[in-house]
Design a protein around this ligand. Structure first.
Ligand SMILES: N[C@@H](CCC(=O)N[C@@H](CS)C(=O)NCC(=O)O)C(=O)O
Length: 234
């Protein structure tokens, strides 16, 4: 059985993992999850108790959640080193460091903005506090990431790796929430443009947009979410 990645839309961080699967080049399937309407139910909670995407159904039928765990699962299968480096090398350590920073502090900085976005009937003063705090946190993490970007073309070397795919699904939230002026961070802005120009990332964006891009042949099609949930009914 091919692994199945459950990715969320709209604007899910899991778009980066779709790009990683595509770049890895090994057979995989996808299941599309509408995060606004398909996660807050018992069937989905049986799959992932946190009711979040991404979720990976591995090739031996296990459920694996958490972006970092899925990225490491991919790394372990990347013998051709298309999206990673040989474990134990300086480059691999740097890639892990960047994945860690992006998936924790950088991603978490957006939490108050998502909270405000999802709140219905909140007091304007509550929304104001969340938005002010969120924008400051996003600006802080943008400045820190800007300082961490080195001279290489991508986050951890001169080619796209799991560090870049972890970043790209999240970085666009800056515009979504109008959190910061992205051009005030020129290294990050240029990096994002390079990542977004990669074939695998363009493929993942098209998939998220509901298109059917040709891809490189590794993608074996969508599995309906209902079918995946059915498998984990008990
Ligand atoms: N720690 C998790 C966080 C995953 C996460 O926050 N997913 C978001 C989408 S990007 C989600 O499902 N949000 C929906 C919700 O919390 O209601 C990971 O890194 O995989």
């Amino acid at each position: 059985m091919e692994p199945i990645l459950l990715y969320g839309f709209p604007s899910g961080s899991s778009m980066g993992l779709v790009a990683a699967f595509e770049r890895l080049g090994q057979p995989y399937r996808l299941a599309r999850v509408d995060m606004l309407s398909e996660m807050k139910n018992e069937a989905y909670a049986r799959l992932n108790g946190r009711q979040e995407t991404p979720v990976l159904i591995t090739d031996d039928g296990r459920v694996l959640t958490e972006t970092m765990a899925i990225a490491l699962w991919l790394e372990a299968r990347d013998a051709a080193r298309r999206i990673s480096f040989v474990p134990g090398t300086t480059e691999a350590d740097r890639m892990h460091q960047m994945i860690g920073f992006v998936n924790t502090g950088f991603t978490a900085a957006f939490s108050p903005l998502w909270a405000a976005f999802e709140m219905e009937d909140a007091e304007p003063s509550t929304l104001d506090v969340l938005r002010t705090y969120g924008r400051a946190a996003v600006a802080d993490r943008h400045a820190k990431l800007e300082a961490m970007i080195g001279e290489s073309a991508f986050l951890a070397g001169d080619r796209l790796t799991l560090a870049d795919t972890t970043l790209i699904g999240v970085a666009r939230w800056a515009e979504f929430h109008r959190a910061v002026d992205v051009d005030a961070y020129p290294r990050l802005a240029a990096l994002r443009r390079r990542i977004e120009a990669e074939d695998a990332v363009r493929f993942a964006q098209a998939i998220e947009d509901g298109e059917t891009p040709p891809g490189n042949g590794a993608f074996r099609g969508h599995v309906p979410l209902k079918e995946v949930l059915e498998r984990f009914r008990e």
